[in-house]
Design a protein around this ligand. Structure first.
Ligand SMILES: *Cc1c(COP(=O)(O)O)cnc(C)c1O
Length: 390
């Protein structure tokens, strides 16, 4: 059976009524026949049939033993960190999602969990960074916003040899393109707010575990700490996932065309997209993923905030907003938006230059998106040095 047929038929028909859509069980508790005798549900924080259906579908997509759905991607990350204890150390990708950095730096540091940020795209660096205190390796691949690629299988074997857990934030790739568990990861997390939901209409997160034991531990923290996904949001998430393979296919096609267009544009300096042969992670991305995704970053020859601001305020279909992975194209300027809190020098050293613009390529017609970018380039201010030279 093909993946898409399997996915569509992993969404169950309601056994009670035959409803073809998943019912929203908007209830807080479940009536018991006798104390402890119930139909598998007792209290909706612990378990809810709508949420459970979402969790099973996503565990299937990622090839895990089980999944737990949370009220945000950050709550999902938080549940994984709760597997650790004071004195433990995390090795994390240096180009990490800003919210994960804030959680590690402002919350978990004070509980004695230390994070070492390293360039995980270099396997030697990972190998040498392991210490006796290392308990967890945290990867994003591709990263945000420079789309760096790390070798999941190679890092999984280092993790295994050192009895360290490997968790991959698979938000950018989605399970349609990349399945970290099959490559050796122990845990996968998603901000389901992005591609899994896919319609920019909910905030959600998921943790998928390779083993039943890890799945039970995460489920324990889900119930003990309580940041569960609501029945209605679980329904929205399922509804979004129904079209995930189709959406991802079109995101890929559109993004590849746009990346190629940007790469030859005279106003563009660098393009970061793993689907371009010039990208340092291209071959690896081709090996470990089935496609290159819908996110592109690029910098302007006029590497200034002014030029980037002019660009991001000139597009019509690309809406200026944080977030990504929805049907509508979005763009953002990390230096003044998502990466604003990082000191300028540190930000530039990480490859996020002043003019870097990130695109989340949506599902509009590619020709319309290209025309939109072209008219935004035509509104670029003439750079000072160029006009002086003329
Ligand atoms: C958005 C995002 C998160 C956080 O998810 P929320 O749903 O916003 O809490 C984590 N990781 C990545 C890569 C993201 O893009």
């Amino acid at each position: 059976m093909s993946t898409i047929t399997q996915l569509i038929h992993s969404i169950p028909v309601d056994p009670q009524t035959g409803a073809i859509a998943v019912p929203i069980y908007q209830t807080s508790t479940f009536v018991q026949e006798a104390p402890g005798v119930n139909k598998g549900y007792d209290y909706a924080r612990s378990n809810n049939p709508t949420r459970e259906t979402a969790e099973k579908i996503i565990a299937g997509l990622e090839g895990g033993a089980g999944a737990s759905a949370f009220s945000s991607g950050l709550a999902a990350i938080d549940a994984v960190i709760k597997l650790l204890k004071s004195g433990d150390e995390i090795l994390a990708v240096d180009d990490i999602y800003g919210g994960a950095f804030r959680l590690f730096d402002k919350v978990y540091k004070k509980f004695g969990i230390h994070v070492n940020y390293i360039d995980t795209s270099d396997i030697e660096t990972v190998f040498h960074a392991i210490t006796p205190a290392t308990r967890l390796i945290w990867l994003e691949t591709p990263t945000n916003p420079t789309l760096k690629i790390s070798d999941i299988a190679a890092i999984a074997s280092i993790a295994k040899a050192n009895n360290v857990l490997l968790c991959v934030d698979n938000t950018f790739a989605s399970p349609i393109l990349q399945q970290p568990i099959a490559l050796g990861a122990d845990l996968v997390i998603h901000s389901a707010t992005k591609y899994l939901g896919g319609h920019s209409d909910l905030i959600a997160g998921v943790v998928i575990s390779k083993t039943e034991q890890l799945a039970q531990e995460i489920k324990f923290y889900q119930n003990a700490c309580g940041a569960v996904l609501s029945p209605f949001d679980s329904f929205l998430l399922i509804r979004g996932i129904e079209t995930l393979p189709l959406r991802i296919r079109q995101h890929n096609l559109n993004a590849q065309q746009i990346a190629e267009y940007l790469a030859q544009h005279p106003a563009v300096d660098k393009v970061f997209y793993p689907g371009l042969p010039s990208h340092p992670g291209h071959e690896l991305a081709k090996r470990q993923s089935k496609g290159f995704g819908g996110i592109i970053s690029f910098t302007l020859k006029d590497d200034s905030t002014a030029a980037a601001t002019a660009f991001v305020t000139s597009t019509q279909y690309f809406k200026l907003a944080e977030s990504l992975g929805g049907i509508k194209s979005l763009l953002c300027h990390p230096a003044t938006m998502t990466h604003k809190s990082i000191p300028d020098e540190k930000r530039r050293a990480a490859g996020v230059s002043d003019s870097l613009i990130r695109l989340s390529v949506g599902l509009e017609d590619a020709a319309d998106l290209l025309a939109d970018l072209e008219q935004a380039f035509s509104k670029q201010p003439i750079p000072e040095q160029v006009s002086a030279a003329v």
